[in-house]
Design a protein. Structure first.
Length: 400
């Protein structure tokens, strides 16, 4: 293997990109292995070797339901969070074809954002789309939200917590307002599940999406919660799997892994909200104190315990990440290079983050596997990285 393609070992990586994907927990891998190697039958088979896996899947389904405060029959296994999002939104539109209105926000994940925008254009603008604005701290105005609801609204789709800033939205209140108007409510909870308590028995949510690889489970498995009695039209039509709600042979090993990951998430949630949050705060405060012209993006309190998004003015996020990568520090930029032109994050644009800061935003997202030593290492390396890049920046020199 050439030096260019040398793999970075997990031991060498300072991994702070957990909102992108998480490490597979060792306990989850151990739970999955028998169903990757030995018990490989098809759960839909008539013979016992395959059919016995139905019980295993039922146990995993109940574990997911327990984490969400739901009933097991309300859990539909999918391939990912994106499929779950599409299924919920398209189901609502097909269930109520006379309704043409969708309410969402300007800061949704592309899984919802792009679907809604494509629906609006691909259907000849037959669907009306309202994208709610956010304040400078990334929060929503509930009055504007309530005013957006109408008798023509088929579904509201609002993320529980933003993937870039970690800002948490008042989902319970928003779902209640929608229920009072007879409107279906969907939340993309991919970032929230496992990090903050969720009890769907107490919240008027009709659909909820989650993804296994965001909570130390495997990739390729997701869930759509469908509240009992909610009108539903399948997205993937095929066999009888998932009680006819999602065709396709079940990914048994991944389902088992997700069930175990949900168990672990419940056990570790207190740690997420204490030790991990303390690490996040220490990192955030250290960066803001040691690097001039830096700023926090997002509400200070109403955030996920693991997420901080910091802008470093007058430098490019991609350049920062490249220099961080030299030290094997893994994080994400709030900018994306598209078609040769650098465009700031749509989330930061919606928040009105200044141009000079939006391009230099870095998201650090921690997990239970992060350590104090890693925080110290990042706080040691970041100031000289930013200082060096600013010395090469015409924006910095012009400002100075």
């Amino acid at each position: 293997m050439t030096e260019t393609h040398r793999m970075i070992s997990p031991e060498d990586a300072v991994y702070m990109d957990n909102n992108a994907t998480t490490r597979l927990a060792p306990e989850v891998l151990a739970a999955m292995m028998p169903y990757l190697q030995d018990y490989y039958g098809n759960p839909s088979s008539m013979h016992r070797f395959g059919g016995q896996l139905g019980r295993v899947m039922a146990e995993a389904r109940q574990k997911v339901a327990t984490l969400l405060g739901a009933a097991s029959e309300e859990i539909v296994f999918t391939s990912c969070g994106t499929e779950s999002d599409s299924t919920a939104i398209l189901s609502a539109l097909q269930s109520f074809p006379e309704k043409r209105h969708i309410v969402t926000t300007r800061v949704e994940h592309p899984a919802v954002k792009n679907l809604c925008e494509n629906l609006d254009s691909l259907t000849g603008h037959k669907h009306r789309l309202t994208r709610l604005p956010v304040a400078a701290d990334g929060t929503l105005d509930l009055q504007k939200y309530e005013e957006s609801l109408s008798d023509d609204t088929a579904i509201v789709s609002v993320m529980w917590a933003n993937n870039e800033t970690g800002v948490i939205f008042p989902i319970a209140e928003m779902a209640r307002m929608a229920r009072e108007r007879g409107i279906l409510f969907h939340t993309d909870a991919v970032q929230a599940v496992g990090k903050i308590p969720i009890n769907l028995q107490d919240i008027a949510i009709d659909f909820l999406s989650l993804s296994g690889h965001k909570l130390h489970g495997p990739k390729g498995i997701g869930v759509l919660f469908v509240r009992r009695g909610t009108p539903f039209v399948p997205y993937l039509v095929g066999g009888h799997q998932e009680k006819g709600r999602r065709g396709g042979t079940e990914n048994v090993a991944a389902i088992v892994g997700l069930g175990r990951a949900c168990e672990l998430a419940a056990e570790k949630m207190a740690e997420e909200n204490t030790r991990v949050k303390a690490l996040r705060d220490r990192l955030e405060e250290g960066l803001l104190a040691s690097i001039p012209h830096s700023m926090l993006n997002g509400h200070k309190q109403d955030r996920l315990p693991n997420t901080t998004n910091v802008s470093f003015e007058f430098v490019e996020g991609e350049a920062i990440l490249l220099h961080m990568d030299q030290y094997n520090i893994c994080a994400s930029s709030g900018s994306a290079c598209t078609s040769g032109s650098l465009e700031p994050s749509h989330v930061l644009r919606a928040m009105g983050v200044p141009f000079t800061a939006a391009h230099g935003s870095i998201r650090y997202s921690l997990s239970i596997y992060n350590t104090e030593a890693e925080i110290d290492f990042v706080l040691e390396k970041m100031p000289p990285i930013i200082a060096g890049l600013r010395e090469m920046s015409p924006f910095w020199k012009a400002d100075a």
